[in-house]
Design a protein around this ligand. Structure first.
Ligand code: BDR
Ligand code: CA
Length: 347
């Protein structure tokens, strides 16, 4: 899979066209209440770590099969390492495989967010040497093999980093769409401004071509954008109950959240931070906590000032068919209660 990091523009155009032509959009999918089979594609990342723990604690709702790591918040050697550290925290060293994927975006150099997440990617907590190695197989090969073998529309991908791994898998084997139930992703911004540029949110901006391929794939997509992240802010009052649980993971979650709030306070003066990736896990645990609308979403891949912008056709001007459910609202207190309940089940 080493070629996935070198993706000529004509391959990107061909991939987008082929995926659009075969669109499978199936918004009815399955009952929202069914226990989901999930793979988390991530770039841990402080908030990724909380999202993974959220999913791992919600065993009654989610059957989490693997973590696939991608370069994003920090380089791949750190994101895959951090994923292994997080599974250790949850006591899942032997049961949850971690696969390392693409080391850089499809067509661009990697931009990281080490200024936010710290040099290690997990600023705010003490890190140990991971207890077990990364899986041998490349994450993209794992996704292709697993989704090809999966029963139709059975696997949910929860994507909380740049979409490079997923786009590479969809390009290499478009038929894997059949195995996908849905893609639930954290990314994008529309009613809220961007966080890496005025127009773009980080996960989409880092690899806009990958995001464009995913949005054109025809797979049902649920988007947890910045619009909803800012409606469930992390505050000191919301951190305290996690420390009060008295377990290891509760303390870790509280420490990470406190580091996120500290960063935002230094930057903007406000003692609160947006709640990003855990909203995607929260949606999987309890979709009824969220509200959104089915819309058409395209990704800007050429704009001089707007690269990585998610262009959401909220009012239906374009006539393009809806390809995603764009989440705008969350019951924030119920979300934090669900997160706490989940973390309380962990070591
Ligand atoms: C997203 O960017 C990353 O820094 C976070 O982990 C999250 O996935 C928020 O824009
Ligand atoms: Ca992330």
């Amino acid at each position: 899979m080493s070629q996935t990091s070198c993706f000529p523009r004509r391959t990107f155009l061909k991939a987008s066209a082929a995926l659009t032509a075969g669109a499978l959009f199936n918004p009815l999918a399955q009952a929202a209440n069914e226990r989901r089979t999930v793979i988390i594609d991530c770039d841990p990342g402080q908030d990724d770590a909380i999202a993974i723990l959220f999913a791992l604690g919600a065993r009654d709702r989610l059957d989490l099969r693997a973590l696939t790591a991608v370069a994003g918040n920090v380089p791949l050697n750190l994101t895959e390492r951090n994923a292994r550290i997080v599974r250790d925290w949850a006591g899942q060293t032997k049961t949850l495989p971690v696969y390392a994927g693409c080391p850089r975006p499809l067509m661009r150099p990697l931009i990281t967010a080490a200024n936010v997440h710290g040099k290690t990617g997990l600023e705010g907590v003490e890190l140990h040497e991971p207890l077990a190695p990364v899986a041998q197989q490349h994450a993209v090969a794992y996704l292709v093999e697993t989704l090809k073998a999966a029963p139709p529309h059975s696997v949910t991908i929860c994507a909380i980093g740049p979409l490079t791994n997923l786009a590479a898998a969809l390009t290499e084997a478009p038929e894997i769409r059949e195995g996908l139930r849905e893609i639930v992703l954290m990314g994008g911004a529309f009613f809220e401004r961007g966080n890496i540029t005025p127009a773009a949110e980080f996960n989409i901006y880092v690899d806009p071509e990958a995001a464009s391929i995913v949005f054109a794939s025809g797979v049902p997509i649920v988007v947890l954008p910045r619009d909803v992240a800012v409606k469930a802010p992390i505050t000191p009052a919301r951190i305290a109950p996690f420390r009060a649980i008295g377990n290891r993971c509760g303390a870790i979650v509280a420490d990470i959240m406190a580091a996120e709030v500290k960063y935002q306070k230094g930057r903007r003066g406000a003692e609160e931070a947006p709640m990003y990736d855990p909203t995607a896990a929260g949606y999987l645990v309890d979709p009824s906590l969220f509200k959104g609308r089915m819309v058409n979403v395209v990704v800007e891949t050429t704009g001089q000032w707007t690269l990585g912008e998610t262009v959401v056709d909220w009012s239906g001007h374009s006539g393009r068919a809806p390809n995603a459910t764009w989440i705008t609202d969350v019951d924030a207190d119920a979300f934090y209660a669900a997160l706490r309940a989940s973390i309380a089940t962990l070591p």
